[in-house]
Design a protein. Sequence first.
Length: 417
Amino acid sequence: MKIAVEGCMHGDLDNVYATLLHLEKVENTKIDLLICCGDFQAVRNEEDLGSLNVKPKYRSMNSFWKYYSGQEIVPFPTVFIGGNHEASNYLWELYYGGWAAPNIYFLGFAGVIKFGNVRIGGISGIYKGNHYRLGHFERPPYNESDIKSVYHVREYDVYKLMQVEDPIDIFLSHDWPIGITDYGNWRELVRFKPYFKQEIEEKTLGSKAAAELLDKLKPPYWFSAHLHCKFAAAVQHGENGPVTKFLALDKCLPGRKFLQIIEIESGPGPYEIRYDEEWLAITRKFNSIFPLTRKPAQMGDLQLDVHDRQWVKSKLRERGTRPFDFVQSVPAYNHSQSTLKSSLSGHRRNPQTEFLMQFLEIQYLLDNTLESRELTYGPSSLIGKDRSEEVILDDDSDDAPIDDVDEIEELSAVGDV
């Protein structure tokens, strides 16, 4: 299986997809999956711009909306995590993960999926110690403070990932695990990023939460972005333990190292994104302590047991493991009518999230309403149908085009790690 890994997307899907399609043609190869390590910027319309934490001069629609609307077709299955420059209102709709557009899957604030027999996990956002232990108190429409904290990693999401026992093949984080520079050529890194030196020496560069997850999960591959540079490392876990090959990549700009192709052993295709049984069991078990205020989650002695896995396994056997189908929850951007003035509104329930909550028999909590509410749609109404006419619609960095495929360094299994 060939997987393309991309650093910070910053909404430039057109150029990334065009580059990979060109690579397929000139190299006579096939890419099975694209993974993005954050700052994806899934901006559907002008309203989403209001939830994008970037300076006004950098706010633009870019190209995601074309794939969301169906105007353009996604050429490769795409999986992404969130970073610190996202349409946070949309990602909150899909907190548990789901299709952000046809064939573009968001892993959620934390999540694990399967692609073929490859297991992919990830944590969205960046680490800030002053918010880490707080709950998810932010709600759209975000005020000036909340828009800058909604993407900060929370202990609750990390704690759920720490319950994972089945092996993870690939893990994604936007910022780097703290201390990862000890395992690579950090002196070469500070030649190009001299302002990293003090943080590296003080061991403050990166995420403590990601370092915890790295030590617990020990995946063969770990990919990150955020710092807009390429950096490789190899982490040996214990004297004779497994090795994690770490790679951070740049943002999508000419002359920058923002893409990498890896090959992973896998079963025969075709490959599809599927729900992960263990992760759904964890999601169901820990939803009852979802912290929805500034108060930290009370983890207590809550633990996953064999009955939790058996319950989910039985449900998946009945329904199948494919995620619930994509549904447009708001109208897409219309460039012929738009003035690019962003407006803000409150939370919208995404049908995918509602269906998943119904399937797992847990409460919908993202709007902080504890009483039950009848779902807008039933899952069966969307199976095998054209959803486009069934949905009731509710009314930091500048990017540049890629003009040279030579920016991609194609290496087998991250060969320079």
